[in-house]
Design a protein around this ligand. Structure first.
Ligand code: ZN
Ligand code: ZN
Length: 236
């Protein structure tokens, strides 16, 4: 009881997402148990290649059959919507790095659902030095490190990211220009590799990183993200 009273004195007292009082039990990283329970994982089939949930049956979607991406498979916890979106924004914009462990727990569950082979390494989508210095951390790296610990495999700083460039919110033309050359190899890898990012949007970053990882020696690359945005051009 004393511990509980002390904790309530020093920890934030309201949920960072819904604003309700934070109960002692079940709250994690300043988010209440009701909000954590509100995370909606993908239900039903997803495209085996891009993780798109808007498909009729398991197997590659039309887009993946016509222009297959360089990675072997992609999966995410759920759609970039509702509580999951709030959690990603909180983690990314407001520097709640204590969210890394519970979010990596969600990634682990998504990894298990996917039935992929055990990776030889977990890597993260890198950030430019400029952005990293300004922010103080790379959120994808925190997720990847935490996931690697859970899986009992090494986390590798396999890639660097060139330039001062922005990623989220960058101009569409910048995203399209993104190539593997933007991600120089920092360290060799081998075997199957899981590449972690927070959100899979157009897939341009994941594709460029996959090509760079193959140059670094990786076998199959598997993309694992917290959330997936709807396919571009489709109505959400
Ligand atoms: Zn809440
Ligand atoms: Zn697909």
């Amino acid at each position: 009881m004393l511990l509980e009273a002390l904790a309530q004195t020093f920890l934030p007292s309201t949920c960072a997402i819904c604003g309700a009082g934070l109960p002692w039990r079940g709250s994690r990283a300043g988010v209440c148990p009701t909000c954590w329970a509100g995370v909606v994982p993908h239900a039903g089939p997803t495209c085996a290649v891009c993780g798109n949930p808007e498909v009729e049956a398991e197997g590659p979607c039309l887009e993946c059959r016509t222009t297959p991406p360089p990675w072997r498979a992609a999966a995410s916890v759920g759609a970039y919507d509702g509580v999951l979106r709030e959690l990603v924004l909180l983690f990314k914009r407001r520097g709640r790095d204590e969210l890394a462990a519970p979010l990596a727990g969600l990634l682990l569950a998504a990894w298990r659902r996917s039935a992929w082979p055990r990776p030889d390494a977990v890597v993260a989508v890198p950030m430019t030095r400029f952005r990293r210095l300004r922010r103080g951390y790379n959120q994808a790296e925190l997720l990847a490190q935490s996931l690697a610990r859970e899986l009992g495999v090494p986390f590798e700083h396999a890639l660097r990211r060139r330039g001062r460039g922005t990623q989220v919110g960058g101009a569409r033309s910048d995203r399209l220009r993104l190539s593997a050359a933007a991600f120089p190899v920092r360290r060799a890898v081998a075997g199957p590799v899981v590449l972690v990012d927070d959100v899979l949007t157009t897939g341009a970053t994941a594709a460029a990183c996959t090509r760079a990882l193959k140059r670094a020696g990786a076998g199959d690359v598997y993309i694992l993200t917290i959330a997936k945005t709807p396919q571009p051009g489709r109505i959400p």
